[in-house]
Design a protein around this ligand. Sequence first.
Ligand SMILES: Cc1cc2nc3c(=O)[nH]c(=O)nc-3n(C[C@H](O)[C@H](O)[C@H](O)COP(=O)(O)OP(=O)(O)OC[C@H]3O[C@@H](n4cnc5c(N)ncnc54)[C@H](O)[C@@H]3O)c2cc1C
Length: 310
Amino acid sequence: METKVYAARIKDKEELLASSSGGIFTAVSDLAISEGDAIVSAVYNYSSNRNEFTLYTSKAERDKARGSKYMQAIPGDSYITAEEWLKNNKGKVYFFGMGCQADGFRKFAKSRGLKDRVVIIDIICHGVPSPKIWNDYIGGKIEYVTFKDKTDGWKKPRAFIIRNGEKEEISEYDRIFYGDWALRPSCYKCRYATTERKVDITIGDYWGIDRIMPDFYSPDGNSLVLIHSDKGMELWKKIQSKLEYKESDLVECIQPNLAHPTNEPLNRVEFWSDYKKGGIDRILKKYASEKMKTKIVKKLKRVVKTIKNR
Ligand SMILES: Cc1cc2nc3c(=O)[nH]c(=O)nc-3n(C[C@H](O)[C@H](O)[C@H](O)COP(=O)(O)OP(=O)(O)OC[C@H]3O[C@@H](n4cnc5c(N)ncnc54)[C@H](O)[C@@H]3O)c2cc1C
C-alpha cells in the first residue's frame, strides 16, 4: 500500500510527558499487552549499564523501555527469545528498533516462517553512538538516565542521570552525540534513512510541526507516524481512540534522517585517534566544551533552516 502519514500524540498527558516524542510506543505497547502479545524493544539495564533488547509482556517492564537512549542497543539473544515465545504462546510479537535492527528482525522472522505473527515498528534514527564511549563516560553504577526529559518542553529536552540519589547533568555526552563523531561507522552509510521501508510502521519526532500544523502542535510532544502495510493500518485503527492525530504527507514531514544518512564529520578519524590516545577525558575536553556547543548549535540551526526552506 501507499505509505500513509500522520502527526499524532497520545491523549493521556502523563504518558505523553513520560515519552520522548508523542508516546506512540506506549499506545502500541498498551494494545499489545492488553491482547496478550509480547514486545521486544531496547531496555536500559542498570546492572550492566547496557541498552539491551528485551522481551516483555507487562506494563511495568514496558515503562522501563520508554525513552530514547543515546547508545547502541545490543540484540543479545532477543531474536531467539522472541522465536521461543512465539512457539510457546498463541499471540504476536511487536518489535521496536532502529531501521537496521528492525530489518534484521524482519528477515529473521521471515526465514523462520513467523512473518504473520510479528508486527514490526522501526524508529527514525540519527545514528547511535558506541556503547564503549557511554560506559567510559558514565564510569559506574547509575539509578536512572534520561536524554529527553520534558520539563522545559519537547523542543528543549534535558539529559541527566541519577547517581546515589543525586541528579547529574550529562550535557557533555549529549554534545558528543550531536557532534556525530561517536556514531557507528555504518550509520554514515545508513540504508534506512528513507521513507521507503519494509516494516509495518515507522515512528519518530515530527520536527517542524509547529510551522507545518501550528493548530495541532503541542509543546509536550509530537510524533510522526508512517504506516507502510495493511497490518500497520489495522494496528493504527486499533490505537486511534487513544490518540490525537492529523493526516500529513511525505513531503511536509520530511526531515534529514528520512532523506539521507547523517554526514560523517571531517574530523571523525581525529576524534577516535584522540580517544585512543587520551581516553574519555581528552575527547570531552576537546570536543564537548562550551565552544564546541556553540558550533553544534550553529550546525543544528543550519539544519532547521534547510528544513524550513524546503
Ligand atoms: C539514538 C536515537 C536517535 C534518534 N534520532 C531521531 C531522528 O533523527 N529523528 C526522529 O524523528 N526521531 C529520532 N529518534 C526517535 C525519537 O527520539 C523517539 O524515540 C521516537 O519518536 C519514539 O518516541 P515515543 O514517544 O513513541 O516512544 P518512547 O516512549 O520514548 O519509547 C522509545 C522507544 O525507543 C526504543 N529505544 C530507545 N532507545 C533506543 C536505542 N538506542 N536503540 C533502539 N531502540 C531504542 C525504546 O525501546 C522504545 O521502544 C531517535 C531515537 C534514538 C534512540
